[in-house]
Design a protein around this ligand. Structure first.
Ligand code: ZN
Ligand code: ZN
Length: 368
C-alpha cells in the first residue's frame, strides 16, 4: 500500500515539477510511509526525490520506533552531535523546487532556506492534497469504523446514559474522551461540551461551568483510530441534547437546521461543487431568518487529519469526486442564549452520498 502511495506521489511531483518533497511532523508522513514523527524539537524528515530512493532521517534515539518498509524508504539515523539539516541538504542534492510539509516546524525551513538560497519552496499539500483527499475503498472503511465508534458514544449521550446535569462541561468532556478510547480510538482529538449560552461559541473549550436542567448541551467529539497498517483515521460528530422540554424558539431553529443539514447531505453527490453543498443549507438557514447566525463554513475534509481538503465553503469550486470524505455541519448560534450544530461525515460515492454517521439526527430531549 505504501509503495503505491509513494508511486502516486512521485507521479504528482513529476506533473508539478517538484524535485524533492520533504515531510516531517504531521499527518502526511504516516499516510505515505506509515511512520508518525514525534512532535519534538529533534528533526525527523522523509526526503523523497522525484527520482531515486526515499530516506527517512530520524534521531538515533527514536529510530527503534520506526517500522522499516523495504522499497518505501531507508532509515538514516543521526546522532546527538550531528547536524540534521546538513544531513538533509546532502540528501536533497541539487534540487531547485522543493515541496515542504505544511506542518514542519518553521525553524527547520528557515535553516534549510539559509543553506539553499536559490531553491523555490512550495507547500507539500499542493502535491499531496489531490492524492489524500480522494479515499480508496479501504480508507472509506477505516473512516466508517471510526465513525461507528463515535456513533456508539453519541447514542449513549442521546439516550441519557451519560450523566449531564450537575456535572461540569470539563467532566463530561473527559468522560466522552474516555468513551471514545474505550470504543477503539487511540487518540482523542477534541471533545467539545458546550452548555446553554456557551453553545453559541462553535469551538467552545469545555470548562468549569456546571450543566443545569432546562438547557441545551452541544457535544462535538472526534478522535483517531488506527487501521491495520497503523495509520490513523479520524472521526468527528456533533449532536445536541436538551435537558427537559426545549423552548419553542430553539425547537423552531433546530427544525431549520435539521432540514438544512439533510439537504446538504443529499447534495453531497459526485459532480456537485463544494460551494454548492454549502449554499444549499446556507440558503435554507438564511431564508428562515438565521443567515447571520451560521458563522462558519459547512464542513471540512477528513481522513488521516481531522481537518483537510476538500473544504465545503463558498468559493471552493472544486467538484466532488468519488472518495471525497468530509463533514457536513451547519450550525445556528444565538449569542448569549444557545447554539445548535448537527454534524455527519459523508463520502461522495458514485451511487450517491454515503453517510458514515448513523446516530439519530433529531434533537434528543432528556428527562431531568
Ligand atoms: Zn466536529
Ligand atoms: Zn468537523
Amino acid at each position: 500500500m505504501f509503495s503505491q502511495r509513494m508511486e502516486r506521489l512521485r507521479a504528482q511531483m513529476a506533473e508539478q515539477q517538484v524535485d524533492v518533497l520533504l515531510l516531517s511532523v504531521g499527518a502526511e508522513l504516516p499516510y505515505f510511509c506509515g511512520y508518525e514523527a514525534m512532535p519534538l524539537p529533534r528533526l525527523t524528515m522523509l526526503v523523497v526525490p522525484c527520482e531515486g530512493d526515499a530516506r527517512l532521517i530520524v534521531p538515533r534515539l527514536e529510530a527503534p520506533r520506526v517500522v522499516e518498509r523495504t522499497g518505501v524508504f531507508e532509515v538514516v539515523a543521526w546522532d546527538e552531535t550531528d547536524d540534521p539539516i546538513e544531513l538533509a541538504r546532502s540528501l536533497i542534492g541539487s534540487a531547485s523546487v522543493i515541496a515542504v510539509g505544511d506542518r514542519m516546524w518553521a525553524g527547520f525551513l528557515v535553516d534549510l532556506a539559509r543553506l539553499l538560497p536559490r531553491v523555490e519552496f512550495r507547500r507539500a499539500s499542493e502535491v499531496t492534497s489531490p492524492l489524500r483527499s480522494v479515499k480508496d475503498a479501504a480508507e472509506v472503511e477505516s473512516l466508517r469504523a471510526a465513525a461507528a465508534a463515535a456513533d456508539r458514544v453519541t447514542v449513549d449521550l442521546r439516550s441519557g446514559n451519560i450523566e449531564l446535569v450537575g456535572r461540569t462541561e470539563a467532566e463530561v468532556s473527559a468522560e466522552l474522551g474516555r468513551r471514545l478510547l474505550a470504543e477503539g480510538h487511540q487518540r482523542v482529538n477534541f471533545a467539545i461540551v458546550a452548555a446553554g449560552e456557551n453553545a453559541a461559541s462553535p469551538h467552545h473549550e469545555a470548562g468549569e461551568r456546571v450543566i443545569k436542567p432546562g438547557e441545551v448541551v452541544l457535544c462535538d467529539i472526534g478522535g483517531t483510530m488506527m487501521d491495520a497498517d497503523g495509520v490513523g483515521y479520524c472521526s468527528d460528530i456533533t449532536r445536541c441534547v436538551h435537558l427537559g422540554e426545549p423552548p419553542a424558539d430553539l425547537v423552531e431553529a433546530y427544525d431549520v437546521l435539521f432540514e438544512a443539514q439533510a439537504a446538504q447531505v443529499a447534495a453531497s453527490v459526485v459532480g456537485n461543487s463544494c460551494e454548492s453543498v454549502d449554499r444549499v443549507g446556507r440558503g435554507m438557514i438564511a431564508e428562515a431568518g438565521f443567515g447571520d447566525n451560521f458563522i462558519h463554513r459547512t464542513g471540512h475534509g477528513i481522513g488521516t487529519e481531522a481537518h483537510e481538503d476538500p473544504y465545503i465553503v463558498e468559493g471552493n469550486t472544486q467538484e466532488l469526486r468519488p472518495g471525497h470524505a468530509f463533514s457536513v455541519e451547519p450550525g445556528i448560534y444565538i449569542p448569549g442564549k444557545w447554539g445548535l450544530r448537527l454534524e455527519d461525515i459523508v463520502v461522495a460515492a458514485t451511487d450517491g452520498p454515503d453517510n458514515l454517521t448513523t446516530t439519530d439526527h433529531r434533537l434528543a430531549v432528556l428527562d431531568v
